[in-house]
Design a protein around this ligand. Structure first.
Ligand SMILES: Cc1cc2nc3c(=O)[nH]c(=O)nc-3n(C[C@H](O)[C@H](O)[C@H](O)COP(=O)(O)OP(=O)(O)OC[C@H]3O[C@@H](n4cnc5c(N)ncnc54)[C@H](O)[C@@H]3O)c2cc1C
Ligand SMILES: *[C@@H]1O[C@H](CO)[C@@H](O)[C@H](O)[C@H]1NC(C)=O
Ligand SMILES: *[C@@H]1O[C@H](CO)[C@@H](O)[C@H](O)[C@H]1NC(C)=O
Ligand SMILES: *[C@@H]1O[C@H](CO)[C@@H](O)[C@H](O)[C@H]1NC(C)=O
Length: 334
Protein backbone atom coordinates (compact mmCIF):
# COMPACT_ATOMS: atom_id res chain seq x y z
CA UNK A 1 0.00 0.00 0.00
CA UNK A 2 1.25 3.50 -0.83
CA UNK A 3 0.08 6.24 1.53
CA UNK A 4 -0.40 9.66 -0.02
CA UNK A 5 -1.23 12.96 1.71
CA UNK A 6 -2.91 15.72 -0.29
CA UNK A 7 -2.79 19.19 1.27
CA UNK A 8 -5.80 21.32 0.32
CA UNK A 9 -9.51 20.62 -0.21
CA UNK A 10 -10.25 23.22 -2.90
CA UNK A 11 -11.16 22.25 -6.45
CA UNK A 12 -7.48 21.44 -7.14
CA UNK A 13 -6.88 19.24 -4.06
CA UNK A 14 -10.20 17.35 -4.27
CA UNK A 15 -9.78 16.71 -8.01
CA UNK A 16 -6.25 15.37 -7.48
CA UNK A 17 -7.29 13.23 -4.50
CA UNK A 18 -10.24 11.58 -6.29
CA UNK A 19 -8.23 11.06 -9.51
CA UNK A 20 -5.48 9.30 -7.51
CA UNK A 21 -8.05 6.97 -5.91
CA UNK A 22 -9.70 6.21 -9.24
CA UNK A 23 -6.58 5.72 -11.37
CA UNK A 24 -4.02 4.04 -9.11
CA UNK A 25 -4.30 0.64 -7.45
CA UNK A 26 -3.13 0.12 -3.92
CA UNK A 27 -3.04 3.71 -2.65
CA UNK A 28 -4.66 5.30 0.37
CA UNK A 29 -5.24 9.03 0.17
CA UNK A 30 -5.68 11.42 3.11
CA UNK A 31 -6.54 15.09 2.65
CA UNK A 32 -5.24 17.69 5.11
CA UNK A 33 -6.94 21.06 4.86
CA UNK A 34 -7.06 24.08 7.09
CA UNK A 35 -10.47 24.97 5.66
CA UNK A 36 -13.01 23.14 3.51
CA UNK A 37 -16.04 24.06 1.35
CA UNK A 38 -17.94 26.42 1.60
CA UNK A 39 -15.19 28.62 3.04
CA UNK A 40 -12.66 28.58 0.18
CA UNK A 41 -11.56 30.69 -2.76
CA UNK A 42 -12.87 27.86 -4.90
CA UNK A 43 -16.41 28.52 -3.60
CA UNK A 44 -16.31 32.06 -4.98
CA UNK A 45 -15.64 30.90 -8.56
CA UNK A 46 -18.31 31.09 -11.24
CA UNK A 47 -16.86 27.84 -12.58
CA UNK A 48 -16.92 28.79 -16.25
CA UNK A 49 -14.74 26.57 -18.43
CA UNK A 50 -12.46 29.30 -19.79
CA UNK A 51 -8.68 29.89 -19.67
CA UNK A 52 -8.32 33.16 -17.69
CA UNK A 53 -5.55 34.96 -15.74
CA UNK A 54 -2.92 32.24 -16.10
CA UNK A 55 -0.04 34.66 -16.74
CA UNK A 56 3.00 33.05 -18.40
CA UNK A 57 1.84 29.42 -18.22
CA UNK A 58 2.47 27.71 -21.55
CA UNK A 59 -0.67 27.90 -23.73
CA UNK A 60 -0.36 24.29 -24.88
CA UNK A 61 -0.35 23.09 -21.27
CA UNK A 62 -3.39 25.24 -20.45
CA UNK A 63 -5.27 23.69 -23.36
CA UNK A 64 -4.24 20.14 -22.53
CA UNK A 65 -5.21 20.50 -18.85
CA UNK A 66 -8.37 22.37 -19.85
CA UNK A 67 -9.35 19.57 -22.21
CA UNK A 68 -8.95 17.02 -19.39
CA UNK A 69 -11.45 18.94 -17.25
CA UNK A 70 -13.86 19.52 -20.12
CA UNK A 71 -13.89 15.76 -20.81
CA UNK A 72 -14.54 15.08 -17.12
CA UNK A 73 -17.43 17.59 -16.94
CA UNK A 74 -18.92 15.94 -20.04
CA UNK A 75 -18.58 12.50 -18.47
CA UNK A 76 -20.30 13.64 -15.26
CA UNK A 77 -22.99 15.49 -17.20
CA UNK A 78 -23.74 12.47 -19.40
CA UNK A 79 -23.61 10.21 -16.36
CA UNK A 80 -26.58 12.01 -14.80
CA UNK A 81 -24.58 13.94 -12.19
CA UNK A 82 -25.14 17.44 -13.64
CA UNK A 83 -27.47 18.65 -10.94
CA UNK A 84 -25.59 17.23 -7.95
CA UNK A 85 -22.18 18.30 -9.28
CA UNK A 86 -23.43 21.76 -10.36
CA UNK A 87 -22.56 21.29 -14.03
CA UNK A 88 -24.53 23.32 -16.60
CA UNK A 89 -24.22 23.14 -20.38
CA UNK A 90 -25.02 26.52 -21.93
CA UNK A 91 -24.55 29.01 -24.74
CA UNK A 92 -21.61 31.36 -24.12
CA UNK A 93 -21.02 34.68 -25.87
CA UNK A 94 -17.35 35.55 -25.54
CA UNK A 95 -15.62 38.80 -26.49
CA UNK A 96 -11.99 39.75 -26.13
CA UNK A 97 -9.55 42.44 -27.19
CA UNK A 98 -7.06 39.58 -27.68
CA UNK A 99 -6.98 36.60 -29.92
CA UNK A 100 -8.55 34.20 -27.45
CA UNK A 101 -6.63 31.02 -26.67
CA UNK A 102 -9.43 28.52 -27.06
CA UNK A 103 -10.49 29.75 -30.48
CA UNK A 104 -10.19 26.94 -33.00
CA UNK A 105 -9.00 24.43 -30.45
CA UNK A 106 -12.09 22.26 -30.66
CA UNK A 107 -12.49 21.93 -26.92
CA UNK A 108 -15.75 23.86 -26.63
CA UNK A 109 -18.50 23.02 -29.11
CA UNK A 110 -20.06 24.78 -32.05
CA UNK A 111 -17.78 27.78 -31.96
CA UNK A 112 -18.89 30.39 -34.51
CA UNK A 113 -18.08 34.01 -35.15
CA UNK A 114 -20.74 36.27 -33.67
CA UNK A 115 -22.93 37.80 -36.36
CA UNK A 116 -21.50 41.26 -37.35
CA UNK A 117 -24.62 43.15 -36.24
CA UNK A 118 -24.29 41.60 -32.76
CA UNK A 119 -20.59 42.53 -32.54
CA UNK A 120 -21.42 46.07 -33.64
CA UNK A 121 -24.15 46.34 -31.01
CA UNK A 122 -21.89 45.06 -28.21
CA UNK A 123 -18.92 47.18 -29.35
CA UNK A 124 -21.09 50.31 -29.07
CA UNK A 125 -22.65 49.26 -25.79
CA UNK A 126 -19.35 48.34 -24.09
CA UNK A 127 -17.31 51.06 -25.84
CA UNK A 128 -14.48 48.62 -26.63
CA UNK A 129 -12.91 47.08 -29.70
CA UNK A 130 -12.89 43.32 -29.89
CA UNK A 131 -10.62 41.04 -31.89
CA UNK A 132 -12.44 37.92 -30.78
CA UNK A 133 -16.22 37.67 -30.76
CA UNK A 134 -17.61 34.14 -30.74
CA UNK A 135 -20.59 32.10 -29.67
CA UNK A 136 -20.15 28.53 -28.47
CA UNK A 137 -21.57 25.92 -26.12
CA UNK A 138 -19.69 24.96 -22.96
CA UNK A 139 -19.91 24.08 -19.28
CA UNK A 140 -19.93 25.86 -16.00
CA UNK A 141 -19.03 23.71 -13.02
CA UNK A 142 -20.17 25.46 -9.87
CA UNK A 143 -17.81 24.74 -6.95
CA UNK A 144 -20.41 25.26 -4.21
CA UNK A 145 -22.02 22.06 -5.55
CA UNK A 146 -18.97 20.40 -7.13
CA UNK A 147 -16.80 20.44 -3.98
CA UNK A 148 -19.38 18.64 -1.77
CA UNK A 149 -19.90 16.18 -4.66
CA UNK A 150 -16.14 15.45 -4.83
CA UNK A 151 -15.85 15.22 -1.03
CA UNK A 152 -18.59 12.62 -0.97
CA UNK A 153 -16.91 10.60 -3.76
CA UNK A 154 -13.56 10.83 -2.00
CA UNK A 155 -14.98 9.49 1.26
CA UNK A 156 -16.99 6.76 -0.50
CA UNK A 157 -13.72 5.64 -2.13
CA UNK A 158 -12.17 5.22 1.32
CA UNK A 159 -10.50 8.63 1.68
CA UNK A 160 -10.15 10.57 4.92
CA UNK A 161 -10.28 14.35 5.38
CA UNK A 162 -8.39 15.84 8.33
CA UNK A 163 -9.14 19.49 9.09
CA UNK A 164 -5.79 20.79 10.13
CA UNK A 165 -3.34 23.42 9.04
CA UNK A 166 0.05 22.02 8.02
CA UNK A 167 2.73 24.28 9.42
CA UNK A 168 5.72 22.17 8.44
CA UNK A 169 6.04 19.39 5.86
CA UNK A 170 7.83 17.30 8.51
CA UNK A 171 4.37 16.64 9.98
CA UNK A 172 3.70 14.48 6.91
CA UNK A 173 7.06 12.73 6.62
CA UNK A 174 5.50 9.34 7.46
CA UNK A 175 3.66 9.37 4.10
CA UNK A 176 5.18 7.91 0.92
CA UNK A 177 4.32 11.05 -1.03
CA UNK A 178 2.73 14.48 -0.51
CA UNK A 179 0.69 16.44 -3.08
CA UNK A 180 0.79 20.21 -2.43
CA UNK A 181 -2.55 21.76 -3.52
CA UNK A 182 -2.56 24.75 -1.18
CA UNK A 183 -3.70 27.41 -3.66
CA UNK A 184 -2.57 30.77 -2.44
CA UNK A 185 -1.55 28.90 0.70
CA UNK A 186 -1.70 29.78 4.30
CA UNK A 187 0.21 33.06 4.24
CA UNK A 188 3.00 31.71 6.47
CA UNK A 189 3.61 28.68 4.24
CA UNK A 190 3.75 30.73 1.08
CA UNK A 191 7.44 31.23 0.69
CA UNK A 192 6.93 31.09 -3.07
CA UNK A 193 7.83 34.58 -4.23
CA UNK A 194 6.22 33.98 -7.62
CA UNK A 195 2.77 33.82 -5.97
CA UNK A 196 0.45 36.80 -5.66
CA UNK A 197 -3.27 37.10 -4.94
CA UNK A 198 -5.46 38.30 -7.82
CA UNK A 199 -8.51 39.63 -6.03
CA UNK A 200 -11.89 38.98 -7.61
CA UNK A 201 -15.39 40.16 -6.72
CA UNK A 202 -18.54 38.29 -7.75
CA UNK A 203 -22.17 39.29 -7.18
CA UNK A 204 -24.80 36.54 -7.22
CA UNK A 205 -28.39 37.26 -8.24
CA UNK A 206 -31.38 35.15 -9.24
CA UNK A 207 -32.18 35.40 -12.96
CA UNK A 208 -33.83 32.10 -13.92
CA UNK A 209 -35.07 33.67 -17.16
CA UNK A 210 -31.54 34.08 -18.48
CA UNK A 211 -30.33 31.31 -20.83
CA UNK A 212 -26.82 32.25 -21.88
CA UNK A 213 -23.57 33.56 -20.41
CA UNK A 214 -21.73 36.58 -21.74
CA UNK A 215 -18.18 37.70 -21.04
CA UNK A 216 -15.44 40.02 -22.19
CA UNK A 217 -12.00 40.62 -20.67
CA UNK A 218 -13.31 42.56 -17.65
CA UNK A 219 -16.97 41.91 -17.16
CA UNK A 220 -19.20 38.85 -17.20
CA UNK A 221 -22.65 37.45 -16.62
CA UNK A 222 -22.30 33.72 -15.96
CA UNK A 223 -25.09 31.20 -15.38
CA UNK A 224 -24.85 28.76 -12.50
CA UNK A 225 -27.42 26.24 -11.31
CA UNK A 226 -29.42 28.43 -8.89
CA UNK A 227 -27.89 31.84 -9.40
CA UNK A 228 -26.27 34.00 -12.00
CA UNK A 229 -22.82 35.48 -11.33
CA UNK A 230 -22.04 39.10 -12.16
CA UNK A 231 -18.36 39.97 -12.16
CA UNK A 232 -15.61 40.78 -11.79
CA UNK A 233 -12.36 42.46 -10.75
CA UNK A 234 -8.71 41.38 -11.05
CA UNK A 235 -6.57 43.31 -8.56
CA UNK A 236 -3.03 42.00 -8.15
CA UNK A 237 -1.50 41.95 -4.67
CA UNK A 238 -4.75 43.07 -3.04
CA UNK A 239 -5.78 41.04 0.05
CA UNK A 240 -9.03 42.88 0.92
CA UNK A 241 -11.75 40.27 1.48
CA UNK A 242 -14.64 42.72 1.77
CA UNK A 243 -16.37 43.99 -1.36
CA UNK A 244 -15.91 47.69 -2.17
CA UNK A 245 -18.99 49.75 -2.95
CA UNK A 246 -17.41 51.37 -6.01
CA UNK A 247 -16.64 48.04 -7.66
CA UNK A 248 -20.02 46.43 -6.99
CA UNK A 249 -21.69 49.55 -8.39
CA UNK A 250 -19.48 49.36 -11.45
CA UNK A 251 -20.21 45.65 -12.04
CA UNK A 252 -23.96 46.17 -11.58
CA UNK A 253 -24.02 49.15 -13.95
CA UNK A 254 -22.14 47.27 -16.66
CA UNK A 255 -24.25 44.13 -16.37
CA UNK A 256 -27.51 46.09 -16.27
CA UNK A 257 -26.56 47.94 -19.42
CA UNK A 258 -25.91 44.61 -21.15
CA UNK A 259 -29.07 42.93 -19.86
CA UNK A 260 -31.46 45.62 -18.55
CA UNK A 261 -33.79 43.07 -16.92
CA UNK A 262 -30.99 42.28 -14.40
CA UNK A 263 -31.82 45.54 -12.66
CA UNK A 264 -34.79 43.82 -11.03
CA UNK A 265 -33.12 40.47 -10.37
CA UNK A 266 -33.25 39.27 -6.75
CA UNK A 267 -29.93 39.94 -5.01
CA UNK A 268 -28.34 36.94 -3.26
CA UNK A 269 -24.83 37.83 -2.09
CA UNK A 270 -21.47 39.36 -2.97
CA UNK A 271 -18.28 37.35 -2.49
CA UNK A 272 -14.62 38.22 -2.80
CA UNK A 273 -11.93 35.64 -3.50
CA UNK A 274 -8.16 35.78 -3.80
CA UNK A 275 -7.20 33.84 -6.93
CA UNK A 276 -3.91 31.96 -6.48
CA UNK A 277 -1.93 33.95 -9.04
CA UNK A 278 1.49 32.67 -10.03
CA UNK A 279 3.88 33.58 -12.82
CA UNK A 280 3.07 30.09 -14.08
CA UNK A 281 1.07 27.17 -12.74
CA UNK A 282 3.43 24.96 -10.74
CA UNK A 283 2.91 21.27 -11.51
CA UNK A 284 6.08 19.27 -10.86
CA UNK A 285 7.74 16.81 -8.49
CA UNK A 286 10.33 17.90 -5.98
CA UNK A 287 12.24 15.47 -3.75
CA UNK A 288 12.75 16.90 -0.27
CA UNK A 289 15.22 15.49 2.21
CA UNK A 290 13.33 15.41 5.50
CA UNK A 291 15.74 14.31 8.23
CA UNK A 292 17.36 11.81 5.87
CA UNK A 293 14.10 10.51 4.38
CA UNK A 294 13.60 11.39 0.71
CA UNK A 295 9.98 12.51 0.40
CA UNK A 296 8.55 13.20 -3.06
CA UNK A 297 6.29 16.27 -3.12
CA UNK A 298 4.13 16.84 -6.17
CA UNK A 299 3.32 20.56 -6.38
CA UNK A 300 0.00 21.51 -7.95
CA UNK A 301 -0.83 25.15 -7.28
CA UNK A 302 -1.02 28.65 -8.72
CA UNK A 303 -3.99 28.17 -11.09
CA UNK A 304 -4.93 31.86 -11.08
CA UNK A 305 -8.33 32.65 -12.59
CA UNK A 306 -8.98 29.21 -14.08
CA UNK A 307 -8.58 26.62 -11.33
CA UNK A 308 -11.92 24.99 -12.14
CA UNK A 309 -11.03 24.91 -15.85
CA UNK A 310 -7.67 23.23 -15.19
CA UNK A 311 -8.71 21.10 -12.20
CA UNK A 312 -9.19 17.61 -13.65
CA UNK A 313 -6.58 17.88 -16.40
CA UNK A 314 -4.03 18.83 -13.73
CA UNK A 315 -5.30 16.00 -11.53
CA UNK A 316 -4.57 13.49 -14.31
CA UNK A 317 -1.10 15.01 -14.67
CA UNK A 318 -0.63 14.54 -10.89
CA UNK A 319 -1.57 10.86 -11.31
CA UNK A 320 1.23 10.47 -13.90
CA UNK A 321 3.79 12.22 -11.66
CA UNK A 322 2.81 10.08 -8.66
CA UNK A 323 3.04 6.92 -10.76
CA UNK A 324 6.53 7.93 -11.80
CA UNK A 325 7.71 8.93 -8.31
CA UNK A 326 6.37 5.76 -6.66
CA UNK A 327 7.27 3.57 -9.67
CA UNK A 328 3.74 2.22 -10.06
CA UNK A 329 3.69 0.37 -13.40
CA UNK A 330 1.08 1.26 -16.02
CA UNK A 331 0.03 -2.37 -16.36
CA UNK A 332 -1.36 -2.32 -12.85
CA UNK A 333 -3.95 0.29 -13.79
CA UNK A 334 -7.36 -0.59 -12.32
C1 LIG B 1 -14.43 36.00 -8.43
C2 LIG B 1 -13.75 34.75 -8.94
C3 LIG B 1 -14.28 34.10 -10.03
C4 LIG B 1 -13.66 32.95 -10.54
N1 LIG B 1 -14.22 32.34 -11.62
C5 LIG B 1 -13.64 31.24 -12.15
C6 LIG B 1 -14.22 30.61 -13.28
O1 LIG B 1 -15.26 31.04 -13.79
N2 LIG B 1 -13.58 29.53 -13.80
C7 LIG B 1 -12.43 29.03 -13.25
O2 LIG B 1 -11.89 28.05 -13.79
N3 LIG B 1 -11.86 29.61 -12.17
C8 LIG B 1 -12.43 30.71 -11.61
N4 LIG B 1 -11.86 31.32 -10.51
C9 LIG B 1 -10.55 30.84 -10.02
C10 LIG B 1 -10.66 29.69 -9.04
O3 LIG B 1 -11.51 30.06 -7.99
C11 LIG B 1 -9.28 29.31 -8.48
O4 LIG B 1 -8.33 29.15 -9.52
C12 LIG B 1 -9.39 27.99 -7.70
O5 LIG B 1 -10.41 28.07 -6.75
C13 LIG B 1 -8.09 27.60 -7.02
O6 LIG B 1 -8.34 26.41 -6.32
P1 LIG B 1 -7.36 25.83 -5.23
O7 LIG B 1 -7.90 24.50 -4.84
O8 LIG B 1 -5.98 25.90 -5.72
O9 LIG B 1 -7.43 26.88 -4.01
P2 LIG B 1 -8.40 27.05 -2.75
O10 LIG B 1 -9.81 26.94 -3.11
O11 LIG B 1 -7.94 28.31 -2.10
O12 LIG B 1 -8.04 25.82 -1.81
C14 LIG B 1 -6.82 25.75 -1.11
C15 LIG B 1 -6.93 24.69 -0.04
O13 LIG B 1 -5.65 24.54 0.59
C16 LIG B 1 -5.80 24.65 2.01
N5 LIG B 1 -4.54 25.10 2.59
C17 LIG B 1 -3.76 26.13 2.21
N6 LIG B 1 -2.66 26.20 2.98
C18 LIG B 1 -2.75 25.16 3.87
C19 LIG B 1 -1.94 24.67 4.93
N7 LIG B 1 -0.79 25.24 5.25
N8 LIG B 1 -2.35 23.58 5.62
C20 LIG B 1 -3.51 22.96 5.31
N9 LIG B 1 -4.32 23.39 4.33
C21 LIG B 1 -3.95 24.46 3.62
C22 LIG B 1 -6.98 25.60 2.16
O14 LIG B 1 -7.52 25.54 3.48
C23 LIG B 1 -7.91 25.02 1.08
O15 LIG B 1 -8.55 23.84 1.54
C24 LIG B 1 -12.48 32.45 -9.94
C25 LIG B 1 -11.97 33.09 -8.80
C26 LIG B 1 -12.59 34.23 -8.29
C27 LIG B 1 -12.01 34.88 -7.09
C1 LIG C 1 0.28 -3.37 -3.06
O1 LIG C 1 1.33 -2.91 -2.24
C2 LIG C 1 2.01 -3.93 -1.55
C3 LIG C 1 3.03 -3.28 -0.60
O2 LIG C 1 3.77 -2.27 -1.24
C4 LIG C 1 2.65 -4.88 -2.56
O3 LIG C 1 3.27 -5.95 -1.89
C5 LIG C 1 1.57 -5.43 -3.49
O4 LIG C 1 2.15 -6.21 -4.51
C6 LIG C 1 0.80 -4.27 -4.13
N1 LIG C 1 -0.32 -4.80 -4.93
C7 LIG C 1 -0.59 -4.34 -6.17
C8 LIG C 1 -1.81 -4.88 -6.83
O5 LIG C 1 0.10 -3.50 -6.75
C1 LIG D 1 -17.24 28.10 7.47
O1 LIG D 1 -17.02 29.29 8.20
C2 LIG D 1 -18.08 29.61 9.09
C3 LIG D 1 -17.79 31.00 9.68
O2 LIG D 1 -16.46 31.10 10.11
C4 LIG D 1 -18.17 28.53 10.17
O3 LIG D 1 -19.22 28.81 11.08
C5 LIG D 1 -18.43 27.19 9.48
O4 LIG D 1 -18.42 26.15 10.43
C6 LIG D 1 -17.37 26.91 8.41
N1 LIG D 1 -17.77 25.72 7.66
C7 LIG D 1 -17.01 24.62 7.57
C8 LIG D 1 -17.58 23.46 6.82
O5 LIG D 1 -15.88 24.55 8.03
C1 LIG E 1 3.35 24.36 -1.10
O1 LIG E 1 2.68 25.36 -1.84
C2 LIG E 1 2.79 26.68 -1.35
C3 LIG E 1 1.93 27.56 -2.21
O2 LIG E 1 0.60 27.49 -1.77
C4 LIG E 1 4.25 27.10 -1.37
O3 LIG E 1 4.39 28.40 -0.88
C5 LIG E 1 5.06 26.13 -0.53
O4 LIG E 1 6.41 26.47 -0.64
C6 LIG E 1 4.85 24.70 -0.98
N1 LIG E 1 5.48 23.80 -0.02
C7 LIG E 1 6.71 23.28 -0.17
C8 LIG E 1 7.20 22.40 0.95
O5 LIG E 1 7.39 23.45 -1.15
Amino acid sequence: MHSIAVIGAGVIGLSAATALQEHLPNVTVTIYAEKISPNLTSNVAAGMWAPFLYQKTDGEKILSWGRGSHDQFLKLWKGGHASEAGICLQLVKSLSADIDLHVGQNIVWGEQQMPPEEVEFLTKLLKKDFRTAVNYVSFTCEPSRYLPFLQKRFIQNGGKIVIRKIKDFRELSHYNLVVNCTGLGAQELTDDTQMTPIRGTAIRVKAPWLFHSLMDDDIYIILNADTCVLGTTAQYGDYELNPRESETKNINNFCNSLVPALENAEYVKTCVGLRPGRVEVRLETEIQDIDGKLLPIVHNYGHGGCGVTLSYGCALNVVDLVREALRIPYSSKL
